[in-house]
Design a protein around this ligand. Structure first.
Ligand SMILES: [Zn+2]
Length: 425
């Protein structure tokens, strides 16, 4: 962990009264805040200049101009699992400065205007039995994937920076580096334990998908192409506590992969905005892994709705029928979510490096501008496109941070609930 990350993780503690006597720290924090504010103003001025400037009539040139100021923040890229399977997690064998066989390397991400992404620290479900009590190595394996992501970020430290809050995100992007967030993909990675959740947070993980394609002690999954019989009917009692604990910590609640019941209950229960890190629209392509309209309609800024962002997945089997997954079909998903939930609630979560095949026209991270050009042709304004690129996600994350601060200010304490089927504690 670099000194600047340590500083940003510690900064909430420094806000407390206990630190008033620590003058040198307070001063250095003020200087840091001043610098960050200036950077942020620079970022905003850049943005506003873009707003007022004229855009090329050529959709591709316009897309590149927009993304140069407001780059893509992708909700889900699976590079760490590729390193697990392809290099037995030997990070030193991976050079992202050179062309890779996968979907991402540094030259291609620069072409594609990728300014930030969640490194998925995913490991697959393991058979842990009817009540999820059969021991597995999934917590160890998850720690290994966090280690891989951090190792690769550090090894390419001139390009990537570990990013654990929105203030850092803005400053990293304004300095032209690639903001690197960590996301864990399923409650099965926690070993049924809220303590694991807190330790993942401490290691820098900022979203957790409630389930992968298996049920777990917290919640029911949607499965992949067919849904399994529900186990809890949505969230379990421990799953309800998990959501509250995620809200308190400031961990984004990710609803990709969850069953509809899980998603509905989590949206109703969460005090903070929610996200789908990599999910498309069921009305466009009917698979349980995609989000149905009745749930999309729960998302918004109106009374009775919850703020959120649905980051569209490129995995061909969730985009269209065999052979029909193209850039245009992905644009249909973006358009549909934009129509039903609103254009302020859509983003991109490609699943690059986690999918064996890709849509035609969206072969790797160099291709995002082509998708933005297509949406520009379909009438998406620069504001819409800047939101799709990353602005909508940043608003959601800021909302999560705000709720966390508020809950902590109100005195919320950590939950120590134990999974009720455990007998060792
Ligand atoms: Zn996934």
């Amino acid at each position: 962990m670099s000194p600047s990350d340590t500083a940003s993780e510690r900064s909430p503690l420094l806000d407390g009264d206990n630190n008033k006597d620590n003058n040198s720290r307070t001063r250095s924090r003020e200087v840091l805040n001043g610098v960050l504010t200036l950077l942020f103003i620079g970022f905003l001025v850049g943005f506003l200049t873009l707003w007022n400037g004229s855009l090329s009539k050529d959709p591709h040139k316009a897309a590149v101009a927009i993304l140069s100021k407001a780059p893509v923040i992708d909700g889900h890229i699976d590079l760490p699992i590729l390193v697990r399977h392809g290099f037995r997690n030997n990070v030193t064998a991976v050079d992202l400065r050179r062309p890779t066989p996968g979907h991402l390397d540094i030259p291609r991400l620069r072409t594609g205007k990728l300014g930030g992404f969640f490194w998925s620290v995913y490991v697959s479900c393991a058979d842990d039995g009817e009540d999820f009590l059969v021991p597995t190595n999934r917590v160890r394996d998850s720690l290994e994937q966090i280690d891989v992501a951090k190792g690769l970020i550090e090894q390419h430290g001139d390009v990537f920076q570990l990013t654990t809050d929105t203030r850092t995100l803005r400053s990293v992007i304004s300095r032209g580096k690639v903001a690197s967030m960590l996301g864990a993909e399923g409650g099965h990675q926690l070993g049924n334990s809220l303590s694991s959740l807190r330790m993942f947070y401490d290691l820098g993980v900022r979203y957790m998908t409630l389930t992968h394609s298996c049920h777990n002690a917290f919640a029911d999954s949607a499965g992949i192409l067919t849904s399994p019989e529900p186990k809890h009917g949505g969230l379990s009692p421990l799953g309800r506590t998990l959501i509250q604990e995620m809200n308190r910590l400031g961990m984004l609640v990710d609803l990709s992969h969850t069953s509809d019941e899980t998603a509905i209950q989590a949206i109703e229960l969460s005090k903070a905005p929610v996200m789908w890190s990599h999910s498309s629209a069921r009305s466009v392509w009917n698979v349980p892994r995609n989000v149905p309209d009745n749930i999309l309609k729960m998302i918004g800024l109106k009374e009775g709705q919850k703020d959120g962002v649905i980051m569209v997945n490129f995995a061909p089997q969730f985009v269209a029928a065999d052979g029909n997954a193209t850039l245009y079909a992905v644009a249909d998903h973006v358009d549909h979510i934009g129509n039903v939930a609103g254009r302020d609630h859509v983003g991109l979560g490609s699943d690059f490096d986690g999918i064996g095949t890709v849509p035609e026209g969206l072969e790797d991270v160099s291709k995002y501008p082509d998708l933005f050009a297509e949406l520009r042709k379909r009438g998406w304004s620069r504001r819409n496109l800047a939101g799709l690129a990353g602005g909508n996600f940043v608003r959601v994350w800021e909302g999560v941070e705000r709720v966390s601060k508020q809950l902590k200010d109100e005195g919320a304490v950590a939950a120590y609930d134990i999974y009720d089927k455990r007998t060792d504690l």
